[in-house]
Design a protein around this ligand. Structure first.
Ligand code: SF4
Length: 200
C-alpha cells in the first residue's frame, strides 16, 4: 500500500472568540471559553509536531485569532519551525502596532474576510458597527507593509526552494499544481492580500 503524503497545511483554530456575529458562522454552538483554549506552550508543541510531520503552511484562524495576545509569539514559533504563516482574520482588530508585531515575528500572508462590498450591508452581516471601514483601513495597512511589497521572491514555501529543505523541495515540485489550485479557491471566497506571486 503506498505511503500517504503528509498534510500540506494545518488550520490552527486558536480561539472561538470573535467580536463579529456573522449569522453563517461555522463556530460550534457550544464555544470554548478562553480558559478552555490551548495555551501558548501547547500550540508551540502542535506547530513543532506539524512541521516535523511535513506540513508546509499554518493558517491561524478562529474565531478571530487576533483576540489572542500571544498570536505574534505563535507566528514567530511557526516561522522558526519553517512553516509558511497565514493569518485569516476579520481584521477589525488589526491596528498598525499589531500588524508590525506580526510582520516582525515572520508573518508571510494576511487573508481578510469581507462580509459584503457595501459598507452598510457588511456591517449588518457582521453585526459590528464600522466593521467594513475598519477592514478597509486594515487592508490598506497590510498593502503598505512589507507583506504586500509587490512581486517578490517570497513565493509560498512549497515553491520557495531557497528556504526549504531538500525533502521539502521534492514535495514542493510534486505539489505545485495542488498549490495553484488551493490559491484559486482561497481567492474566490476571500479578499486576499498577499505578497507572493501565484505559483506557475
Ligand atoms: S468573522 Fe468568522 S469567526 Fe467571526 S463571527 Fe464571522 S464567520 Fe464567525
Amino acid at each position: 500500500m503506498p505511503a500517504l503524503d503528509p498534510p500540506m497545511a494545518l488550520l490552527a483554530e486558536v480561539t472561538h472568540r470573535c467580536p463579529l456575529q456573522c449569522p453563517y458562522c461555522s463556530n460550534p454552538l457550544e464555544l470554548d471559553r478562553v480558559a478552555g483554549e490551548l495555551d501558548t506552550a501547547s500550540w508551540c508543541r502542535v506547530l513543532d509536531e506539524a512541521a516535523s510531520l511535513g506540513v508546509l503552511q499554518v493558517h491561524f484562524s478562529g474565531g478571530e485569532p487576533l483576540v489572542r495576545r500571544d498570536l505574534a509569539s505563535l507566528v514567530g514559533h511557526a516561522a522558526r519551525a519553517g512553516l509558511y504563516t497565514n493569518l485569516i482574520t476579520s481584521a477589525v482588530l488589526l491596528g498598525q502596532e499589531r500588524l508590525d508585531a506580526l510582520v516582525a515575528a515572520g508573518l508571510d500572508h494576511v487573508q481578510i474576510s469581507f462580509q459584503d462590498v457595501e459598507d452598510a450591508a457588511g456591517d449588518r452581516v457582521a453585526g459590528y458597527k464600522n466593521a467594513q471601514r475598519l477592514k478597509r483601513e486594515a487592508a490598506a495597512r497590510v498593502q503598505a507593509s512589507s507583506i504586500t511589497a509587490g512581486p517578490s521572491p517570497t513565493a509560498p514555501r512549497c515553491c520557495r526552494p531557497g528556504r526549504s529543505s531538500t525533502r521539502r523541495r521534492r514535495r514542493s515540485r510534486r505539489r505545485a499544481n495542488d498549490c495553484a489550485g488551493a490559491w484559486s479557491s482561497i481567492t474566490s471566497c476571500r479578499t486576499t492580500m498577499r505578497r507572493c506571486p501565484r505559483p506557475a
